[in-house]
Structures are given as structure tokens and as C-alpha cells.
Design a protein around this ligand. Structure first.
Ligand SMILES: Nc1nc2c(ncn2[C@@H]2O[C@H](COP(=O)(O)OP(=O)(O)OP(=O)(O)O)[C@@H](O)[C@H]2O)c(=O)[nH]1
Ligand SMILES: [Mg+2]
Ligand SMILES: [Zn+2]
Length: 386
């Protein structure tokens, strides 16, 4: 993972402080979440100031606290809990600590830092949060986002959007028809998956709508270069067991255009999920956006999956032209045989990729996908730098 989609750059530091004086603080207003939020900030600030006035040699109860980056709000680390973000709904982040789901807000300093870095907390993030002081209520404040491992990202307007974090594989769903099968879009998702260190898995759903065997050809294309590619049909119950086996024991993100049947496939695999699926009466075949927020779901057969809203455009502006070849797996072993170092594989003499495409060792459609993305990237970089 690179660029802005990466790990939090700055780290806090840990200090030891005396929290004794805190115990004597008057009861705080616990009526609302926001009150709890402010009270916590006051308490931790007090805790920090206590440190400097502590008498020498005094026996005191010490704790390790996490000092936020701006050193304004040290947090009592013993109170922090670790959890995983299930969903982000507006300003409320749902965090699962393994025992319960906590609606959380984000500490203001953390929120502004994330905004500055053009990052946002996303589904799958591991976070440290402070449960609200009010007993019985299950609300919290997120203090830290832990470094991410494996994420699906795309360029969205002027920032890198992390669709899901801490996932192992990207299950890229397309449909044989309705909406029509666009292999180029699959290729873009594959590139994004590799960029984020994810294993891509290709699914072509709605095989019942396939005419002329195109879906089968597309699946074969991906199998030939080593990817797992599954054909499926929800009404026929095809591919469902195979998909269950692919998902079991892993954390996956399901991505693809709106209306391809992502939620339908998940419902078929795990009927208990009862995810909302698109209206059959809608025949426009595109842009229905039935799923509106990405959500991390637990699977009864083991593993987790993030169902995501459909994406129509998949911008790869966060990927540099120079790294693109690395995300076409059938190119990788051939690239060293190109005559010119730094070959773009677009027109150079002695290009091993062009030669392999002419020999049909590389699928011409895959090469065409590469050319389209590479031309796009080079054009954008030229626009930006020269
Ligand atoms: N013929 C056919 N229709 C299907 C199949 N799978 C899903 N559908 C239909 O396709 C439509 C869209 O399904 P959804 O599961 O909502 O699609 P989605 O990919 O989750 O869409 P978004 O949430 O908008 O991204 C619904 O009307 C489903 O009934 C299939 O295998 N064959
Ligand atoms: Mg859906
Ligand atoms: Zn080349």
C-alpha cells in the first residue's frame, strides 16, 4: 500500500503519569455522548498536569497513557479497548471489540489529523477506543487507528478512498449480463487488489443470463494466468459452494459494479445475512446502488466479508505508471526480457510483452487493458509534471 492510503504516519508516545487526583473529580454530566466526550478530554488533560505537581517520593498509582500527537490529550491506556470497524455511518463508527458493537465517535484531534492526511477511518480498520465513562452505555471515542495490512483503495475525486482495510482478498464480481460484462473493469479491480496486497478472485455471476459463452471465455482467461475464477448463478445455485470455500477462514472484500449480484451471492452463501438486494423490476441495468454503505460481516462458516456498494468508475490515479506492469501477473516474468530498460511495453522495439501478445501467450484483451490503463496513467502524469 502506498500514498495516502497507508499507515498513520505519526505515532504518539507513551508516558507514565499519576492518575490519583483524578479519582476525586466530581461526577460528570453523563447524559449525552457529547458530554462524555468532553468530560474525557478534561479528565485526561488533568491527568497530564498532575504529573508535574506530584511530590517527590510520593507513592502513587501510575499508568501508561497514550499521548496523542499534539500532546494535548493523553489517554489512559488501560481504559483503551481494541476493536474492528464494522461500518461507518456518517459520524458514527461501529466498532466490534469481540464481545459487543460500540457506536463510536472519533476524537477531534484524530479526526482533524486524518482529514489533513486526507484519510478516513474505514471498514476493517483496527482501532483503539475509549469506552464512555457512563456506566451501562455502550458508546466510545476512537483514539487511534492501527497500521493497515492489505486494503482495497481507489482514487475518488481528490483523495484515495480506502474501500476496506485489513482484508486478505478481493472478490471481484462481474455479471454475464445486466449489467453487461466488462472485462476491462475486472482488470482495473485486479490492479487495485495487487496494489493493496490482496489476492484477487474473479467471479462472473448471472451465468443464467450468459449468451454465446462469453462469460465462460472470460473466466478461462483469468484461470489461465493463475487466478481463482468462479462462475455463479444465484437462481441456479451455481458456484455458491465454491465461493463459500474461497471465503472460508479469510477476510474478503466483495467489489464490483452495482447490480452484479454481490449482496445476492452473499445471501445465497449465508442466508442469515438477509442483505438488501436490488429491485428486480428495475430494468435500467445500472446504477441502482442498493447497498449504500460498506459493512463487515461475520460468516458462520468462518471468516469475514465486506459487502460494498457498487462502483461504476474505478479510478487508478493513485497508481503510478511505473508500477502498473507489476500488477499484471502474466507480465512480471517477461519484463526482464524487454530490450530497453524502463520499457513501457507500449511501442518499444524488442519488447517481450508485445512479442508475447503477438504470439498469443498473453491474452490480447489483457494487453489491451494494460495499454488503456498505462496510456491513462502516462497522460495524467504528463499533465501533472510537464
Ligand atoms: N438472473 C440473475 N439475477 C441475479 C443474479 N444474482 C442477482 N441477481 C439480481 O440482480 C439484481 C441486483 O442484485 P444485488 O445483489 O442487489 O446486486 P449488488 O451487486 O449487491 O448491487 P449494489 O448493492 O447496488 O452494489 C437483483 O435483482 C438480483 O435479484 C443471478 O445470478 N442471476
Ligand atoms: Mg449490494
Ligand atoms: Zn516491454
Amino acid at each position: 500500500m502506498g500514498g495516502d492510503g497507508g499507515k498513520p504516519r505519526k505515532r504518539g508516545r507513551q508516558v507514565r503519569v499519576d492518575l490519583r487526583r483524578n479519582r476525586g473529580k466530581p461526577a460528570r454530566d453523563k447524559r449525552s455522548w457529547t458530554h462524555g466526550f468532553r468530560a474525557d478530554e478534561d479528565a485526561t488533560r488533568d491527568a497530564a498536569s498532575v504529573e508535574s505537581v506530584r511530590a517527590k517520593g510520593e507513592l502513587s498509582r501510575k499508568r501508561t497513557v497514550f499521548l496523542s500527537d499534539d500532546a494535548q490529550t493523553p489517554i489512559d491506556s488501560e481504559l483503551l479497548r481494541r476493536g474492528t470497524v464494522l461500518a461507518v455511518r456518517g459520524l458514527v463508527v461501529e466498532v466490534d471489540d469481540g464481545a459487543a458493537v460500540w457506536p463510536c465517535t472519533v476524537r477531534r484531534v484524530l479526526r482533524s489529523r486524518l482529514t489533513q492526511e486526507r484519510q478516513a477511518i474505514t471498514v476493517g480498520d483496527r482501532v483503539m477506543f475509549l469506552p464512555a465513562r457512563a456506566s451501562g452505555s455502550r458508546e466510545g471515542v476512537i483514539e487511534q487507528v492501527l497500521p493497515r495490512q492489505g486494503a482495497l483503495t481507489r482514487q475518488y475525486e481528490d483523495r484515495v478512498q480506502v474501500i476496506a482495510a485489513n482484508v486478505d482478498q478481493a472478490v471481484i464480481v462481474a455479471s454475464a449480463d445486466d449489467p453487461p460484462l466488462r472485462p476491462h473493469l475486472i482488470d482495473r479491480f485486479i490492479v487495485a487488489a495487487h496494489k493493496g496486497d490482496l489476492r484477487p478472485v474473479v467471479v462472473v455471476n448471472k451465468l443464467d443470463l450468459d449468451r454465446g459463452g462469453f462469460a465462460g471465455q472470460v473466466l478461462a482467461r483469468y484461470r489461465a494466468i493463475g487466478y481463482t475464477a468462479v462462475g455463479a448463478s444465484v437462481p441456479r445455485g451455481a458456484g455458491i459452494d465454491e465461493l463459500r470455500a474461497v471465503l472460508a477462514g479469510k477476510t474478503s472484500v466483495i467489489a464490483g459494479m452495482s447490480g452484479v449480484g454481490k449482496s445476492s451471492l452473499l445471501n445465497a452463501m449465508e442466508p442469515g445475512l438477509r442483505l438488501r438486494i436490488g429491485d428486480i423490476s428495475d430494468t435500467t441495468g445500472r446504477g441502482r446502488h442498493t447497498t449504500t454503505t460498506a459493512e463487515l460481516l461475520r460468516l458462520s462458516f468462518g471468516g469475514y466479508v465486506v459487502d460494498t456498494p457498487g462502483i461504476r468508475q474505478f479510478e487508478l490515479a493513485h497508481i503510478a505508471s511505473s508500477e502498473l506492469e507489476a500488477y499484471f501477473i502474466e507480465f512480471v516474468e517477461r519484463v526482464p526480457r524487454c530490450r530497453i530498460p524502463g520499457c513501457t511495453h507500449l511501442h518499444e522495439p524488442g519488447c517481450a510483452i508485445i512479442a508475447a501478445t503477438e504470439a498469443e501467450e498473453i491474452d490480447p484483451e489483457r494487453y489491451a487493458s494494460y495499454v488503456k490503463m498505462m496510456t491513462e496513467r502516462l497522460g495524467a502524469e504528463k499533465g501533472r509534471y510537464g
